[in-house]
Write a protein that binds this ligand. Structure first.
Ligand code: BYC
Length: 329
C-alpha cells in the first residue's frame, strides 16, 4: 500500500561485508548495546533518520497541545482545568527536550520547524482529529497517551543517547497523563448521566482507529523500519507495538464498560493475543498527505503562534546579548 503512494521503497540494510571499516565499527558498537553519543562518528543515514524521527516526534508534542488546549476554558471543574493545563505544559516541555536532542545531531531548530509549517515534515496523524466533547480529553489521555507510552517505553532503549535519555523523563510524565485521562472516563462512566456515558462511547468510537494508526503502517509497508531496527533506533516494529497496545488496552476498555468499534476484536487463545480488524489505510495516508479533518487548522495555528511570538524571541535574544556585554565589561 505504502509503495503505491510514495516513490521511496523500503531502504535496504547493508550487510557487515558491504560496510566500510567505520560503518562496521559503528554497527558493532550498536550490537554491543553501547549508546551512540553526539561526538561519535555515525553514518549520515543514521543521523538523518534520527533528525527525521526526533523532529517529527517534537512537532507531535507541540501540535498535540492544540486539541487539548481547545478544552482548557471549558473543563468542568477547577481541578480538571489545572490537571489539563499541567498536562499541556508537559507536552510543551517534551517538545523542548526533543528539539534539544535533535540539535545535538547538528540540525537547526528553526529550519526543522519551518519544514513543519511548509508541509515537508510530518507530525503524528492523531492530532488531525477534532476534540468535540469533554470525553475526548479523557480519551486522548487514555488512548493517545497510552499508545504514545507503549511506543516510548521501548524508545528509552533507543541507540542514540540523548534521545534515549529524553524518553526516560517523558515516559514518567506520560504515565500521569494516561491515568488522568482514564480517571476522567471512569468518573463519567461511574457517576455520569446516560447522556454522559454515551458521550464516552462516542468518543472511543471516533478515536479508536486513529489511535491504532499512531503506530504507523504495517511492517511490510514501512520503508524505514528495517534499517531503523538494524540501527536499534526502533527496538520493536510498528505491528508488534500496535499488538502490545491492543492487548493492554482491551481489558481497560472492558473495565470502563465500553466497546471498541471493531467487530473483529476478540481474544485469540492460540496466539495469546487479541485479534483485531484492518485499519482503514486510505484514511491514514489521506491524513498524512494533509487532508485530515484538522490538518490545515493545526498548521495555521502553529504559524500564527510563531509569528505573534516573534517579539518575545527578539526580546529574549536582546536581553541575552545585553547580559553577555555586561559580563564582558
Ligand atoms: N503519523 O517507515 P515508517 C505524543 C510516517 S505524540 C504521521 O514506519 P518510522 C503525544 C513516517 O514518518 C506521539 N506520520 O516510519 C503528544 C514515515 O514518513 P517519512 C509521537 C506517520 O519513522 C501530545 C512514513 O509514515 N510519537 O506522544 O520508521 C499529547 C512511513 O512510516 C505515522 C512519536 O513520534 C503517524 N502515525 O516509524 C499526547 C514516536 N506513522 O518521515 C501524546 C517516535 C508513520 O519517511 N516515532 N508515519 O516521510 C516513531 O516511533 C516512528 O517515527 C513511527 C513511524 C513509529 C511513528
Amino acid at each position: 500500500m505504502y509503495a503505491q503512494l510514495v516513490e521511496t521503497g523500503a531502504k535496504r540494510v547493508k550487510s557487515l561485508d558491504e560496510m566500510s571499516p567505520e560503518e562496521r565499527a559503528f554497527q558493532e558498537r550498536i550490537d554491543a548495546e553501547i549508546k551512540i553519543e553526539p561526538k561519535n562518528w555515525m553514518p549520515d543515514g543514521y543521523r538523518q533518520t534520527l533528525i527525521r524521527q526526533i523532529s517529527q516526534h517534537a512537532h507531535s508534542e507541540v501540535v498535540g497541545m492544540l486539541p487539548e488546549g481547545n478544552w482548557v476554558t471549558r473543563a468542568p471543574t477547577l481541578k480538571r482545568k489545572l490537571q489539563l493545563m499541567a498536562k499541556i505544559q508537559d507536552e510543551a516541555g517534551h517538545g523542548l527536550y526533543l528539539y534539544s536532542a535533535m540539535e545535538t545531531l547538528g540540525a537547526d531548530r528553526d529550519e526543522e520547524i519551518e519544514k513543519l509549517h511548509n508541509g515537508k515534515a510530518k507530525y503524528s496523524s492523531i492530532f488531525n482529529y477534532p476534540t468535540l466533547s469533554w470525553a475526548d480529553i479523557g480519551t486522548i489521555g487514555w488512548l493517545v497517551d497510552g499508545a504514545a507510552i507503549v511506543n516510548q517505553v521501548v524508545l528509552q532503549r533507543t541507540s542514540y543517547g540523548p534521545y534515549s535519555r529524553a524518553m526516560i523523563r517523558i515516559c514518567k510524565e506520560e504515565s500521569f497523563h494516561q491515568r488522568q485521562g482514564y480517571q476522567i472516563l471512569l468518573d463519567l462512566m461511574r457517576h455520569g448521566t446516560d447522556e454522559q456515558k454515551q458521550m464516552v462511547q462516542d468518543s472511543i468510537n471516533r478515536f479508536w482507529w486513529p489511535a491504532l494508526m499512531m503506530f504507523g503502517p504495517h511492517d511490510d509497508d514501512s520503508p524505514n523500519s528495517q534499517q531503523s531496527m538494524a540501527w536499534k533506533i526502533k527496538r520493536k516494529s510498528n505491528d508488534e507495538l500496535r499488538q502490545m497496545f491492543i492487548d493492554q488496552t482491551v481489558p481497560q476498555l472492558e473495565f470502563l464498560g465500553c466497546t471498541a468499534p471493531d467487530p473483529d476484536l476478540k481474544w485469540n487463545e492460540e496466539r495469546g493475543h487479541y485479534d483485531f480488524g484492518e485499519i482503514n489505510w486510505q484514511e491514514f495516508y489521506d491524513v498524512l498527505k494533509g487532508n485530515g479533518p484538522c490538518n490545515r487548522e493545526r498548521i495555521a495555528t502553529r504559524k500564527k503562534a510563531i509569528e505573534e511570538g516573534a517579539w518575545v524571541r527578539e526580546a529574549a535574544v536582546a536581553y541575552a546579548e545585553k547580559q553577555k556585554q555586561r559580563a564582558a565589561a
